[in-house]
Design a protein around this ligand. Structure first.
Ligand code: FPP
Length: 240
Protein backbone atom coordinates (compact mmCIF):
# COMPACT_ATOMS: atom_id res chain seq x y z
CA UNK A 1 0.00 0.00 0.00
CA UNK A 2 1.11 3.50 -0.78
CA UNK A 3 1.95 5.43 2.38
CA UNK A 4 0.21 8.77 1.85
CA UNK A 5 2.27 10.38 4.61
CA UNK A 6 5.55 9.67 2.79
CA UNK A 7 4.84 10.65 -0.79
CA UNK A 8 7.73 12.03 -2.81
CA UNK A 9 7.57 15.78 -3.26
CA UNK A 10 8.98 15.64 -6.78
CA UNK A 11 8.62 12.77 -9.24
CA UNK A 12 10.52 12.90 -12.54
CA UNK A 13 9.82 10.48 -15.37
CA UNK A 14 11.71 9.42 -18.49
CA UNK A 15 8.81 8.25 -20.63
CA UNK A 16 10.42 5.60 -22.82
CA UNK A 17 9.16 2.82 -25.06
CA UNK A 18 6.43 4.38 -27.22
CA UNK A 19 8.17 3.19 -30.40
CA UNK A 20 8.56 -0.40 -29.20
CA UNK A 21 4.96 -0.44 -27.99
CA UNK A 22 3.82 0.55 -31.49
CA UNK A 23 6.18 -1.91 -33.19
CA UNK A 24 4.81 -4.79 -31.13
CA UNK A 25 1.37 -3.96 -32.51
CA UNK A 26 2.52 -3.33 -36.07
CA UNK A 27 1.27 0.26 -35.99
CA UNK A 28 3.13 3.54 -36.79
CA UNK A 29 5.50 5.01 -34.18
CA UNK A 30 3.29 8.07 -33.94
CA UNK A 31 0.40 5.91 -32.78
CA UNK A 32 2.74 4.87 -29.97
CA UNK A 33 3.39 8.50 -29.05
CA UNK A 34 -0.33 9.15 -29.11
CA UNK A 35 -0.88 6.29 -26.65
CA UNK A 36 2.06 7.70 -24.66
CA UNK A 37 0.36 11.04 -24.42
CA UNK A 38 -2.80 9.41 -23.09
CA UNK A 39 -0.67 7.61 -20.48
CA UNK A 40 0.95 10.90 -19.56
CA UNK A 41 -2.42 12.55 -19.00
CA UNK A 42 -3.46 9.76 -16.65
CA UNK A 43 -0.25 10.17 -14.67
CA UNK A 44 -0.79 13.94 -14.42
CA UNK A 45 -4.32 13.27 -13.12
CA UNK A 46 -3.19 10.67 -10.60
CA UNK A 47 -0.26 12.82 -9.40
CA UNK A 48 -2.64 15.70 -8.85
CA UNK A 49 -5.18 13.48 -7.06
CA UNK A 50 -2.47 12.04 -4.80
CA UNK A 51 -1.33 15.54 -3.87
CA UNK A 52 2.16 15.27 -5.33
CA UNK A 53 3.65 18.74 -5.61
CA UNK A 54 5.98 18.43 -8.62
CA UNK A 55 5.90 16.14 -11.66
CA UNK A 56 8.53 16.50 -14.38
CA UNK A 57 8.41 14.55 -17.65
CA UNK A 58 11.08 14.17 -20.31
CA UNK A 59 9.00 14.79 -23.44
CA UNK A 60 11.60 15.80 -26.02
CA UNK A 61 15.36 15.78 -25.71
CA UNK A 62 17.92 17.80 -27.65
CA UNK A 63 18.86 14.48 -29.31
CA UNK A 64 15.31 13.74 -30.48
CA UNK A 65 15.76 16.13 -33.47
CA UNK A 66 17.69 13.28 -35.11
CA UNK A 67 14.44 11.39 -35.70
CA UNK A 68 12.48 11.70 -38.94
CA UNK A 69 10.72 15.02 -39.44
CA UNK A 70 7.43 13.14 -39.64
CA UNK A 71 7.96 11.79 -36.13
CA UNK A 72 9.31 15.06 -34.70
CA UNK A 73 6.48 17.19 -36.08
CA UNK A 74 4.00 14.53 -35.00
CA UNK A 75 5.24 14.74 -31.40
CA UNK A 76 4.83 18.53 -31.43
CA UNK A 77 1.33 18.18 -32.87
CA UNK A 78 0.52 15.89 -29.96
CA UNK A 79 1.84 18.50 -27.60
CA UNK A 80 -0.45 21.12 -29.15
CA UNK A 81 -3.38 18.72 -28.90
CA UNK A 82 -2.60 18.12 -25.24
CA UNK A 83 -2.27 21.75 -24.23
CA UNK A 84 -5.25 22.89 -26.29
CA UNK A 85 -7.71 20.15 -25.43
CA UNK A 86 -6.82 19.67 -21.84
CA UNK A 87 -6.38 23.23 -20.70
CA UNK A 88 -9.77 23.30 -18.98
CA UNK A 89 -9.04 20.15 -17.02
CA UNK A 90 -5.60 21.41 -16.04
CA UNK A 91 -7.19 24.56 -14.70
CA UNK A 92 -9.96 22.67 -12.96
CA UNK A 93 -7.33 20.59 -11.19
CA UNK A 94 -5.34 23.71 -10.32
CA UNK A 95 -2.30 22.38 -12.24
CA UNK A 96 0.43 24.84 -13.09
CA UNK A 97 2.31 23.96 -16.28
CA UNK A 98 5.98 24.79 -16.57
CA UNK A 99 8.53 24.13 -19.24
CA UNK A 100 12.23 23.48 -19.10
CA UNK A 101 14.60 23.40 -22.03
CA UNK A 102 15.50 25.53 -25.00
CA UNK A 103 11.92 25.80 -26.02
CA UNK A 104 12.34 28.92 -28.17
CA UNK A 105 13.72 26.52 -30.77
CA UNK A 106 10.61 24.32 -31.04
CA UNK A 107 8.12 24.80 -33.92
CA UNK A 108 6.23 28.07 -33.61
CA UNK A 109 2.72 26.62 -33.39
CA UNK A 110 3.75 24.41 -30.47
CA UNK A 111 5.49 27.31 -28.77
CA UNK A 112 2.42 29.51 -29.09
CA UNK A 113 0.17 26.84 -27.58
CA UNK A 114 2.63 26.32 -24.77
CA UNK A 115 2.90 30.06 -24.11
CA UNK A 116 -0.85 30.25 -23.82
CA UNK A 117 -0.92 27.33 -21.40
CA UNK A 118 1.87 28.77 -19.29
CA UNK A 119 0.00 32.06 -19.11
CA UNK A 120 -3.43 30.54 -18.37
CA UNK A 121 -2.16 28.24 -15.62
CA UNK A 122 0.36 30.61 -14.08
CA UNK A 123 -1.66 31.38 -10.94
CA UNK A 124 -2.57 27.75 -10.22
CA UNK A 125 -1.21 26.47 -6.94
CA UNK A 126 -1.69 22.68 -7.18
CA UNK A 127 0.53 20.20 -9.00
CA UNK A 128 3.44 21.84 -10.80
CA UNK A 129 3.67 19.92 -14.04
CA UNK A 130 6.99 20.53 -15.70
CA UNK A 131 7.50 19.46 -19.31
CA UNK A 132 11.11 19.05 -20.44
CA UNK A 133 11.07 20.13 -24.08
CA UNK A 134 14.17 20.35 -26.21
CA UNK A 135 15.94 19.68 -22.96
CA UNK A 136 19.46 18.39 -22.39
CA UNK A 137 21.16 18.53 -19.03
CA UNK A 138 24.69 19.24 -20.22
CA UNK A 139 23.37 22.17 -22.26
CA UNK A 140 21.45 23.31 -19.17
CA UNK A 141 24.58 23.27 -16.99
CA UNK A 142 26.66 24.96 -19.70
CA UNK A 143 24.05 27.69 -20.01
CA UNK A 144 24.15 28.34 -16.25
CA UNK A 145 27.94 28.50 -16.28
CA UNK A 146 27.82 31.03 -19.12
CA UNK A 147 25.35 33.22 -17.22
CA UNK A 148 27.69 33.17 -14.24
CA UNK A 149 30.77 33.87 -16.38
CA UNK A 150 28.99 36.92 -17.77
CA UNK A 151 28.18 38.11 -14.26
CA UNK A 152 31.80 37.69 -13.20
CA UNK A 153 32.92 39.67 -16.27
CA UNK A 154 30.41 42.41 -15.42
CA UNK A 155 31.75 42.54 -11.87
CA UNK A 156 28.42 41.42 -10.36
CA UNK A 157 29.98 38.41 -8.66
CA UNK A 158 33.06 38.57 -6.51
CA UNK A 159 34.77 35.55 -5.02
CA UNK A 160 33.85 31.95 -5.57
CA UNK A 161 31.09 30.41 -7.64
CA UNK A 162 28.99 28.28 -5.31
CA UNK A 163 26.70 25.28 -5.90
CA UNK A 164 23.74 27.49 -5.01
CA UNK A 165 24.69 29.94 -7.76
CA UNK A 166 24.86 27.19 -10.37
CA UNK A 167 21.52 25.75 -9.22
CA UNK A 168 19.90 29.17 -9.46
CA UNK A 169 20.53 29.39 -13.21
CA UNK A 170 19.44 25.88 -14.14
CA UNK A 171 15.96 25.46 -15.64
CA UNK A 172 14.83 24.24 -12.23
CA UNK A 173 16.17 27.43 -10.63
CA UNK A 174 14.91 30.95 -10.34
CA UNK A 175 13.05 31.06 -13.68
CA UNK A 176 10.81 28.17 -12.62
CA UNK A 177 10.33 29.20 -9.01
CA UNK A 178 13.14 26.97 -7.62
CA UNK A 179 11.93 23.43 -8.14
CA UNK A 180 13.28 21.03 -5.49
CA UNK A 181 15.47 18.14 -6.69
CA UNK A 182 13.50 15.04 -7.74
CA UNK A 183 13.11 12.48 -4.96
CA UNK A 184 12.64 9.75 -7.50
CA UNK A 185 13.39 9.35 -11.20
CA UNK A 186 11.38 6.68 -12.99
CA UNK A 187 12.38 5.27 -16.37
CA UNK A 188 10.15 2.90 -18.26
CA UNK A 189 10.87 0.30 -20.97
CA UNK A 190 13.79 -1.48 -19.29
CA UNK A 191 16.51 1.03 -20.20
CA UNK A 192 18.67 1.91 -17.21
CA UNK A 193 20.36 5.22 -17.93
CA UNK A 194 19.74 8.95 -17.50
CA UNK A 195 20.18 10.01 -21.15
CA UNK A 196 21.20 13.58 -20.28
CA UNK A 197 18.22 14.16 -17.97
CA UNK A 198 18.56 16.23 -14.77
CA UNK A 199 22.22 15.34 -14.20
CA UNK A 200 22.75 18.00 -11.55
CA UNK A 201 19.38 17.62 -9.87
CA UNK A 202 19.56 13.83 -9.57
CA UNK A 203 22.57 13.78 -7.20
CA UNK A 204 20.49 12.16 -4.43
CA UNK A 205 17.47 10.89 -6.36
CA UNK A 206 16.31 7.31 -6.13
CA UNK A 207 16.04 5.57 -9.49
CA UNK A 208 13.23 3.19 -10.24
CA UNK A 209 13.40 1.26 -13.50
CA UNK A 210 10.53 -0.76 -14.86
CA UNK A 211 10.21 -2.96 -17.95
CA UNK A 212 6.73 -1.60 -18.63
CA UNK A 213 6.60 0.36 -21.90
CA UNK A 214 5.43 3.94 -21.39
CA UNK A 215 1.94 3.60 -23.01
CA UNK A 216 1.27 0.71 -20.58
CA UNK A 217 2.32 2.75 -17.54
CA UNK A 218 -1.09 3.02 -15.89
CA UNK A 219 -1.85 4.88 -12.65
CA UNK A 220 -1.84 1.46 -10.91
CA UNK A 221 1.70 0.72 -12.16
CA UNK A 222 2.64 4.26 -11.12
CA UNK A 223 1.50 3.66 -7.56
CA UNK A 224 3.46 0.37 -7.42
CA UNK A 225 6.53 2.32 -8.56
CA UNK A 226 5.99 4.88 -5.82
CA UNK A 227 5.70 2.02 -3.31
CA UNK A 228 9.07 0.75 -4.50
CA UNK A 229 10.49 4.22 -3.90
CA UNK A 230 8.98 4.26 -0.41
CA UNK A 231 10.66 0.94 0.40
CA UNK A 232 14.08 2.52 -0.18
CA UNK A 233 16.21 3.85 2.63
CA UNK A 234 17.34 7.37 1.77
CA UNK A 235 20.35 8.63 3.71
CA UNK A 236 21.69 11.45 1.51
CA UNK A 237 25.24 10.29 2.17
CA UNK A 238 24.77 10.41 5.94
CA UNK A 239 24.01 7.65 8.45
CA UNK A 240 20.85 6.92 10.31
C1 FPP B 1 10.18 7.82 -25.92
O1 FPP B 1 9.77 6.70 -26.65
C2 FPP B 1 9.26 8.92 -26.08
C3 FPP B 1 9.53 10.13 -26.68
C4 FPP B 1 10.83 10.48 -27.26
C5 FPP B 1 8.49 11.15 -26.82
C6 FPP B 1 7.61 11.31 -25.64
C7 FPP B 1 6.30 11.78 -26.06
C8 FPP B 1 5.13 11.46 -25.46
C9 FPP B 1 5.03 10.64 -24.24
C10 FPP B 1 3.85 11.90 -26.04
C11 FPP B 1 3.77 13.35 -26.35
C12 FPP B 1 3.75 14.21 -25.19
C13 FPP B 1 4.30 15.46 -25.19
C14 FPP B 1 4.16 16.31 -23.98
C15 FPP B 1 5.07 15.99 -26.34
P1 FPP B 1 10.66 6.21 -27.86
O2 FPP B 1 10.09 6.76 -29.11
O3 FPP B 1 12.09 6.54 -27.60
O4 FPP B 1 10.42 4.66 -27.78
P2 FPP B 1 11.40 3.52 -28.28
O5 FPP B 1 12.66 3.66 -27.46
O6 FPP B 1 10.65 2.27 -27.94
O7 FPP B 1 11.60 3.71 -29.74
Amino acid sequence: MLDMTRLPQHVAIIMDGNGRWAKKRGIPRLAGHNAGMEAMKEIVRRSSDLGIKYLTVYAFSTENWKRSWEEVSGIFKLLIKFVDLDLDELNEKNVKVRVMGDYQAIPEAARKSMDETLETTKDNTGLQFCIALNYGSRAEITRAVNVLAEKVRAGEIEGEITEEMIARYLYTGEENGNVPDPDVIIRTSGEERLSNFMLWQSAYSEFVFTDVLWPDFTPEVYEKTLEEFQARDRRFGGRK
